[in-house]
Design a protein around this ligand. Structure first.
Ligand SMILES: Nc1nc2c(ncn2[C@@H]2O[C@H](COP(=O)(O)OP(=O)(O)OP(=O)(O)O)[C@@H](O)[C@H]2O)c(=O)[nH]1
Ligand SMILES: [Mg+2]
Length: 393
């Protein structure tokens, strides 16, 4: 039986019409993407960048799973060439790299370690702490560094959804969030566990107790310039408590009540607000509304004594935990840290590492080529692609 085909009987005019339709389709796609791009910059949402970056060649965690890298082959040839001598230091900070990862993240973790070791740690030998909610099946990351490596399992109650969370309500909330386009990990419970862990429990881990500073490293991150100084020592010498590279706005849909819940806490406990805080980063109208600005926490260098010792931080976390928004909404560790760091700390203790070239999932920071950092770091990044430049534009 012959199938009906509109093309088989189409005269030349039909073809023309089809070509025109194709052209208009391409034009519409172009307009849609331009619109998304402008919307991203105007609304500071970053959604289209993330959609586009998911099509980019930057390795992501899903590609990590397919990588043939394993313990038997953790050494790929390094692409880092070091010709100039590095600064030498007579001392080290009491510090560690910190990586939370699943067993399936191994290849991405190794790629990240090579970046960190190649760009900075090869002659500084700061140790690594790896954390997982399950036992690590491989500990071969120790082959990628000459420094000490430590592997820890997170206590179950600090990882899984607490019993007091009403599962029916949480399920409903996840389903509702999944229906909104452009919300990542909308339906994921494990992502929520991770966000809650990085908000209130990472600094309580036994393996971190003897350290003062941590530098968070995620799978598949890139450092595109040499790091020619010791950021840990910078933190120590300048009494910094928190350092970030990129600032991004949090999506409204994941945090509808986070700001109000936070203000409820700080109104009841004004003693915790630092008199020289960075409230203007979080709110431009003295606390009425939230800018949704966050420090992008997949890079952070922090003073663990602040997290461990700050009554305000721990009480604030408890307040959020009781409200249940890590599960009833999808409160992230970035907005939580953003609010806490901005309100509890002296703003002089917050540092923007604007000379560190950092990239993750297509979002990056690159130093201005007109600054010494770019030349000194022999950078291979594009300043125009820097988030700070994009936000300004
Ligand atoms: N052990 C463990 N680690 C996890 C889990 N989920 C996420 N992580 C780790 O937590 C960190 C953050 O997770 P990501 O999936 O990268 O989340 P994200 O940075 O918000 O999202 P991306 O922008 O897509 O990278 C990474 O280091 C992950 O390896 C989990 O279920 N178990
Ligand atoms: Mg990540």
């Amino acid at each position: 039986m012959a199938l009906y085909s509109p093309l088989s009987s189409a005269p030349a005019a039909r073809w023309k019409q089809l070509l025109l339709t194709k052209k208009s389709l391409i034009a519409s796609l172009f307009i849609i993407f331009s619109f998304l791009g402008s919307l991203e910059l105007f609304l500071e949402r970053g959604i289209s960048t993330r959609i586009l970056s998911s099509f980019s060649l930057t390795p992501d965690s899903s590609s990590s799973n397919q990588s043939p890298l394993s313990c038997s082959n953790p050494f790929e040839p390094s692409s880092f060439q070091h010709s100039t001598p590095r600064p030498t230091y007579s001392r080290k900070a009491n510090a560690t790299f910190l990586t939370l990862a699943r067993n399936s993240d191994l290849a991405g973790v190794i790629r990240s370690m090579k970046q960190v070791e190649g760009r900075f740690n090869r002659d500084r030998h700061y140790p690594w702490v790896f954390l997982n909610d399950e036992p690590f099946t491989e500990e071969c990351t120790s082959a990628v560094t000459s420094a000490k490596t430590h592997y820890g399992q997170i206590p179950r109650d600090q990882w899984v959804q607490p019993d007091f969370i009403d599962e029916e309500r949480a399920t409903k909330a996840r389903k509702a969030l999944s229906k909104i386009r452009g919300v990542f990990y909308a339906d994921s419970v494990s992502y929520r566990n991770m966000c809650r862990f990085y908000s209130g429990f990472f600094y309580r881990q036994a393996l971190l107790q003897d350290f003062k500073y941590y530098w968070r490293v995620e799978p598949d991150i890139n450092y595109r310039c040499e790091i020619e100084y010791d950021p840990f020592l910078y933190m120590e010498d300048n009494n910094k408590a928190y350092g970030f590279t990129i600032s991004v706005p949090e999506q409204k849909e994941t945090t509808p009540t986070l700001w109000d819940t936070s203000m409820e806490f700080f109104n009841q406990n004004p003693q915790y607000l630092h008199p020289n805080n960075a409230m203007r980063f979080a709110s431009k109208d003295g606390g009425k509304t939230w800018t949704r600005c966050t420090y992008w926490t997949n890079f952070e260098i922090g003073d663990l004594d602040f997290f461990r010792g700050s009554e305000g931080y721990n009480k604030y976390f408890e307040h959020l935990e009781t409200a249940g928004g890590f599960y009833y909404e999808r409160w992230g560790d970035a907005p939580m840290h953003g609010i806490a760091i901005s309100l509890l700390l002296d703003r002089e203790r917050i540092h923007h590492f604007d000379d560190i070239a950092y990239e993750h999932t297509g979002w990056e920071q690159c130093p201005d080529p007109l600054t010494p950092a770019y030349e000194r770091g022999r950078c291979s990044c594009d300043y125009g692609n820097s988030m700070a430049v994009k936000w300004k534009r």
